[in-house]
Ligand binder design. Structure first.
Ligand SMILES: Cc1cc2nc3c(=O)[nH]c(=O)nc-3n(C[C@H](O)[C@H](O)[C@H](O)COP(=O)(O)OP(=O)(O)OC[C@H]3O[C@@H](n4cnc5c(N)ncnc54)[C@H](O)[C@@H]3O)c2cc1C
Length: 593
């Protein structure tokens, strides 16, 4: 039986440890993947693998979800990933959606930003949701699936700490400590999702490379019954805390996060003394007109910004994801959000390797793509960090100039834009087929942005499952026989699941084959797009996209006229093999075409 605890309105369980069936002290159940760390990244990876039918064991040292001051802002891209994991309804029901923010210089508002948000977007650009809710909703989904499935695909083991491991040529031996006793297990692959202090990283002696910043932030979460809307507010050099930067964010359950920068020479311990926290918060609330509201401190902590990464996220049979692989400054909220992207990139690749449909080079591509994404993310996050806490007098002067001119010069105001996180393209990926299509829209390596479709489909993301997808935009709503035959042969090989989606513009009218329901007709899911959406992807002929399971474009073609029999089949087959790093696995089609 597990006991329960509560923080604010959030109730959570302390889970009992569990020993698996053992033979000579070794886990008797064969296991392909062990995930070390049941934080948000480990939990998301386990659900992602389960979507591909891959069983994993998650070892979590703690007996509960993480309680304390961690991630709060979850991006649209992360919500799309969470949707595929099955937890989206809970995230949307509880999270606070927001789309913009304001920056003040002293007391003057100098900048307002708005993230892309209109009625065509299915999901808000950002929600605020404390990390303990994020973890809980992922755990709930694991438990829901385990109740429903005869053979649970996620074996989540609480209070189970990895204490030692031995890499071998075709697997890893793990030593696990629990309050009930110790045991070993030997998965084929181990994924280290064990957070910023990663035991796995340290045991392998792998250094993080990058930049650590001097600036220190005090983070205070308070309970405050304020009705101020959900938006990001930043005050630069406010009169009630001169020389500093203060940020304020609403979280759920009337919890508000206030971050403020310590000035050089300020002592961290002194700043964290409860009476100093109280004085600071009260002064801040009075300055923003909320000093009359009752409030109480929930947590205080100190944060130092850093942008650091492992040079490779694959070391033989050991892979790294999330904070174990990289540390990101909190400004621009790329920590957990980029961890979710790691899992979305890794889950399908690891699954294909385990199914024998992808070469191990796929896992090297995981490392290359996500290390490159780290550098793009870190660059944006570091520019935000340098603006929030200038590292030198020079930066300080520049920031002062930008802030003092921003109110009158909108061009300068954009320098203050906090640059929120977005999906990073995998430019130059070895999985992409070189593009000479001349098509508008997302090129290979880029994420294909979600777009609206007529009901009942609603949006592209609602149609796509854990699979590759051949997405054809046809102005007439018909599909060339060569394209259809090529996709049909590949779809028949169930080692690499392949969806087929046919999009036609509204003006094409419903073709005779379309029943208008978005349902499968001779193997294709048919959908109708508004004409401008269609035109953004295809102007004439047929545009065919091969999408990876993470919705990044693997290849695309502009098919202008009837293809010679078999020629499109060869191109599609080659692109799919390249996207799977498959040398022989998906090689059936070229031979049969
Ligand atoms: C104040 C603050 C605000 C933040 N705000 C945001 C934000 O708004 N948006 C955002 O995207 N990110 C934010 N972040 C970053 C975010 O919290 C992290 O990126 C996220 O927690 C990373 O998840 P993870 O699963 O990789 O690691 P963790 O959350 O650290 O989880 C690692 C897990 O591994 C377990 N573990 C460790 N060692 C072992 C072992 N030997 N055996 C078994 N289990 C082990 C731990 O108990 C833990 O549960 C913020 C961070 C902080 C500190």
């Amino acid at each position: 039986m597990s006991s329960e605890d509560q923080v604010g309105e959030f109730r959570y369980a302390h889970h009992e440890p569990r020993l698996p069936a053992l033979v000579d002290g070794i886990d008797a159940m064969p296991c392909a993947v062990a995930i070390v760390g049941g934080g948000p990244v480990g939990l998301a990876l386990a659900l992602g693998l389960a979507n591909w039918g891959i069983r994993s064991v998650v070892l979590e040292a703690d007996d509960s979800v993480c309680i304390g001051s961690r991630a709060a802002c979850i991006s649209r891209r992360s919500l799309e990933i969470v949707d595929r994991l099955g937890s989206l309804p809970a995230f949307l029901a509880k999270g606070l959606a927001w789309s913009g923010g304001r920056s003040f210089y002293r007391t003057e508002e100098v900048f307002r930003f708005q993230m892309l948000h209109d009625e065509r977007q299915r999901l808000p650009p950002m929600i605020n949701l404390q990390q303990y809710y994020v973890e809980q909703y992922l755990v709930d989904e694991i438990e829901r699936r385990n109740r429903a499935d005869g053979e649970p695909l996620v074996d989540l083991r609480w209070a189970s700490e990895l204490t030692r491991f031995t890499p071998e040529a075709d697997g890893v031996v793990l030593d696990v400590h629990t309050p009930l006793g110790d045991y070993s297990m030997r998965p084929a692959w181990m994924v280290a999702c064990d957070g910023g202090q990663s035991m796995v990283r340290k045991a392998l002696g792998l250094p993080l490379v990058g930049t650590a910043y001097e600036g220190r932030y005090i983070i205070i979460d308070i309970h405050l019954p304020s009705s101020h809307p959900t938006e990001r507010r930043a005050w630069f050099d406010p009169p009630w805390n001169p020389g500093s930067t203060v940020l304020m964010h609403r979280q759920v359950d009337d919890i508000w996060r206030i971050d403020y920068q310590l000035r050089a020479g300020d002592d961290t311990e002194t700043a964290l003394q409860p009476e100093n926290v109280r004085k600071f918060v009260q002064k801040h609330l009075e300055a923003i007109g909320e000093g009359h509201l009752p409030w109480e401190t929930i947590w205080t902590s100190v944060y130092r910004a850093g942008a650091m990464t492992l040079e490779s996220y694959r070391h033989g049979r050991i892979l790294f994801a999330g904070n174990a692989a990289h540390a990101m400054p909190i400004f621009g909220v790329r920590g957990l959000n980029s961890g979710f992207d790691d899992t979305d990139n890794l889950a399908w690749k690891l699954a294909l390797v385990l199914r024998g449909a992808g070469g191990e080079a796929l896992l090297d591509s995981y490392s290359r793509e996500r290390v490159a994404a780290f550098h793009v993310n870190a660059d944006s996050a570091m520019r935000s960090t340098e603006f929030m806490s200038p590292p030198s007098r020079g930066f300080d002067l520049l920031r002062e100039a930008a802030l003092s001119l921003a109110g009158r010069h909108p061009g300068i105001a954009s320098l203050i834009n906090p640059r929120q996180t977005e999906a990073v393209p995998y430019i130059g990926s070895s999985l992409s087929t070189p593009d000479d299509s001349g098509l508008p829209g997302a090129a290979p390596g880029f994420l294909l942005p979600d777009f609206p479709l007529d009901e009942p489909a609603g949006h592209l993301t609602r149609l796509l499952g854990p699979a590759f997808a051949v997405l054809a935009f046809s102005p007439t709503g018909t599909i060339d026989a060569g394209i259809a035959a090529a996709a049909a042969v590949l779809a028949a090989d169930n080692r690499v699941p392949l969806q087929r989606v046919l999009v036609e513009p509204r003006t094409a009218g419903r073709s005779s084959q379309s029943d208008g329901s978005g349902s499968v007709t001779t193997g294709w899911i048919r959908a109708v797009a508004p004409d401008d959406v269609f035109g953004a992807h295809c102007r004439e002929g047929t545009a065919v996209y091969l999408l990876r399971p993470d919705r990044h474009v693997a290849a695309r073609w502009h098919v202008r006229q009837q293809e010679p029999a078999g020629s499109f089949a060869v191109r599609l087959d080659e692109a799919l093999k390249r996207a799977c790093s498959a040398t022989g696995a998906a090689a059936t089609l070229a031979a049969t075409a």
